[in-house]
Design a protein around this ligand. Structure first.
Ligand code: AMP
Length: 397
């Protein structure tokens, strides 16, 4: 089934037009600067990229621009928009409402709206994308796929926060976790690569600009590092991860920050950027560290140390581990970081093959032949998962 996958942000919209069965991508691209001026980048495999300035006062014009270029006789890939069987939307926060993907109808939209307080930056943008598609393609079925849904199988002891229980009961404060579509895809691939055993324990390391780990038993998530929001877990490009809440009161008192400023510091100025003062990009950090920058080295060391600690914790939580998966920008591409994370984990049966580990962006088993725990590099494919969910839901209509 030919599916248009949409990931709408506040001023951007990523799209991928693909076949849900084999995963073939016909075209993909990005609308940027929505609400400012508008810029479209459109890529078709085997052809030159198209870049065009197109007025995009709202997401509606952006979606229209995507449809126009998909059917353009020279730059497009289809003769008519009728060939788009359905649209799958990435939605950040499904709260407690959504444990799986769902068909977009009035009830689904109302439930996504209800989750806005939990995902105040992303959910409104995701909804704008959904509404824009409904307007320009009113008869095409739409499906919402949630970043949080895969983690909804966590047991209460993993998702409850140790604060007064009434905040969970009345205000839905609990661990939700994110990158769920990625964790779902790579854990399923890992189980496949393990030979589909009856019992499996997988730790997925989604290491990118935003990073999270998940512990997956028999295909079901039992714990994950992100929390109520995507600031939680371990340090990331610019996000702090879990920190002592005392720091907030201390700095807010000392510098007179309000909560908005404090949030901005924790989300945009912290993580490896905050420690290094160099960059949030791990390639820049590698280069700076190689040139003797000690703070860049410290940022990398801190990242490696924290990921290792989560691996140890999740292995204990699951009573052992059968496979560790590396995915996303850093996990798929940084051989050094993967090696540094696995180094010292030999005590738990993790042994990497250094030669095999020299791989970038390709599904590979990088563990040594005598490693008890498999180490897999698995490029994530959230779009394929969204397309597959969309197909399944639309086929059942
Ligand atoms: P993502 O958010 O999944 O797109 O990942 C972005 C992150 O991947 C950035 O921090 C990049 O620096 C990092 N990345 C991409 N390629 C490499 C590489 N070859 N070595 C180290 N980090 C990389």
């Amino acid at each position: 089934m030919k599916i248009l996958v949409i990931n709408a942000g506040s001023s951007s919209l990523k799209y991928q037009f693909m076949e849900s069965e084999g995963g073939e991508v016909f075209a993909k691209g990005l609308c940027e600067r929505i609400g400012i001026d508008g810029r479209l980048t459109h890529k078709v495999p085997g052809r030159d990229d198209v870049k065009a300035d197109i007025a995009m006062p709202t997401h509606g014009e952006a979606i229209q621009a995507v449809l126009d270029i998909l059917v353009d006789p020279a730059k497009g890939v289809i003769a008519s928009t009728d060939e788009i069987a359905a649209v799958g939307h990435r939605v950040l926060h499904g709260g407690m409402e959504f444990t799986a993907s769902c068909l977009v109808d009035d009830k689904c939209i109302a439930a996504i709206e209800k989750c806005i307080p939990l995902g105040p930056l992303h959910n409104p943008a995701n909804l704008t994308g959904i509404r824009a598609c409904q307007k320009v393609m009113p008869t095409t079925p739409q499906v919402a796929v949630f970043d949080t849904a895969f983690h909804m199988t966590m047991p209460p002891k993993a998702y409850i926060y140790p604060i007064p229980y009434e905040y969970y009961e009345k205000d839905d404060v609990r661990r939700y976790g994110f990158h769920g579509t990625s964790h779902r895809y790579v854990s399923a691939r890992a189980i496949d690569m393990l030979g589909n055993p009856e019992h499996s324990r997988v730790i997925c390391c989604h290491l990118g600009n935003g990073s999270s780990l998940s512990a997956v038993v028999d295909g079901k998530c039992v714990d994950t590092s992100m929390g109520l929001g995507p600031l939680a877990g371990f340090l990331m490009g610019t996000r702090a991860g879990d920190i002592d809440a005392t720091i907030l009161e201390y700095l807010m008192g000392r510098y007179g920050y309000d909560i908005k400023e404090m949030n901005n510091i924790l989300n945009k100025k912290s993580g490896v950027l905050g420690i290094s003062g160099v960059s949030s990009d791990f390639r820049d950090l590698d280069e700076a560290a190689a040139n003797g920058n000690e703070r860049a080295r410290l940022a990398l060391d801190k990242f490696i140390y924290e990921v290792k600690k989560f691996i140890g914790a999740y292995s204990t939580a699951m009573g052992g581990v059968d496979a560790i998966v590396f995915t996303a920008g850093i996990g798929e591409n940084s051989c050094d970081l993967r090696a540094d994370i696995c180094s010292g984990l030999e005590y738990m049966g993790v042994k990497m093959d250094e030669e095999k580990n020299k791989v970038r962006g390709k599904e590979t088993d990088v563990s040594a032949a005598d490693s008890k725990v498999k180490i897999f590099v698995i490029p994530t494919n959230e779009e394929l998962m969204i397309a597959k969910d969309t197909e399944e839901i639309v086929k059942a209509l």
